[in-house]
Write a protein that binds this ligand. Structure first.
Ligand code: SF4
Length: 276
């Protein structure tokens, strides 16, 4: 079995696919036994944008959504990732633990979708807590019903992607239903679990006034939501769609101009959200 050392540290933006053609079908993702091993896309050792402080970011493979602007379509399938043991991933993380603690950082598991490999990510998050590390995941929340409270107890922070407040827009851009994400957000609010909401601003798709207002109103009363982070659409993942021979709908979509970003930030601020 391949080990974490065989993965090159790098950006999640690096293209990786077809690495393990014999991996189980993605329909088996949610029956991953005891999580002794998982499928990983890549990892980064010094991110400053995925939670507080310096972050070790593990990008796992497998995702049930198909976002039309996804910049990591090479993380959608297990077969595109590298199988590694949880033990080896934990050993690798341990090598960075003291530096992460000193720089007020920790571990963030992103993807792909961390909740598509619940047993595997639970093992790594639990081990990170034992190392005294701050822990976070970035998730769409679509699989939130599948995690129990003990899983959530391994997390200090959840970076929750709310891609739209409009069920039709959400379905159009992800291929899935919005309701599970909102239900997960409400559960986290009821628990008082610390959350940073992430919203990807895509001109012509998610920038509609009512759509942004809907997210702002939904989030504004949630005292556990510390930040709403507006993330401007970019084209960094466009080359992957071409390499994977996937139809890419956003070849002509521009990066949102500063005026649009400021308008959206203003909508969140006006609703009472801390937004940046
Ligand atoms: S949830 Fe994330 S990884 Fe999954 S398709 Fe959407 S953007 Fe890509």
């Amino acid at each position: 079995m391949a080990e974490l050392e065989s993965l090159k540290a790098g950006r999640g933006h690096d293209l990786r696919f077809g690495i393990t053609p014999s991996a189980p079908e993605d329909s088996h993702l949610l029956d991953e036994a005891d999580g002794a091993f998982g499928s990983v896309h890549s990892y980064e050792t010094a991110s400053r944008c995925d939670g507080p402080g310096l972050r070790f970011v593990l990008f796992v493979s497998g995702c049930p959504l198909r976002c039309s602007y996804c910049h990591n379509p090479d993380s959608w399938h297990l077969k595109d990732g590298t199988p590694i043991t949880a033990g080896r991933a934990i050993d690798r993380l341990a090598g960075f633990a003291s530096a992460l603690r000193e720089l007020d950082g920790g571990l963030t598991i992103s993807g792909g979708e961390p909740l598509a490999q619940i047993a595997f990510t639970r093992r790594i998050l639990s081990a990170a807590k034992k190392m005294g590390l701050h822990t976070a995941i970035e998730t769409s929340g679509y699989l939130g019903d599948r995690v129990d409270d003990s899983y959530l107890s391994t997390l200090d922070l959840i970076l929750l992607d709310i891609k739209s407040s409009d069920p039709d827009i959400y379905r159009k851009l992800t291929g899935r239903e919005l309701v599970p994400t909102l239900r997960f957000a409400e559960r986290l609010a009821a628990m008082g679990k610390r959350v940073w909401v992430r919203f990807t601003l895509v001109p012509g798709l998610t920038d509609d006034l009512a759509n942004v207002d809907g997210i702002a109103r939904f989030v504004a009363h949630m005292r556990n939501v510390e930040w709403v982070e507006v993330q401007p659409f970019h084209q960094l993942g466009a080359f992957k769609w071409k390499a994977l021979n996937l139809a890419y709908k956003h070849a002509d979509t521009p990066t949102p101009p500063p005026g649009l970003v400021n308008r959206v930030l203003g909508q969140f601020h006006a609703a009472g959200c801390n937004a940046r």
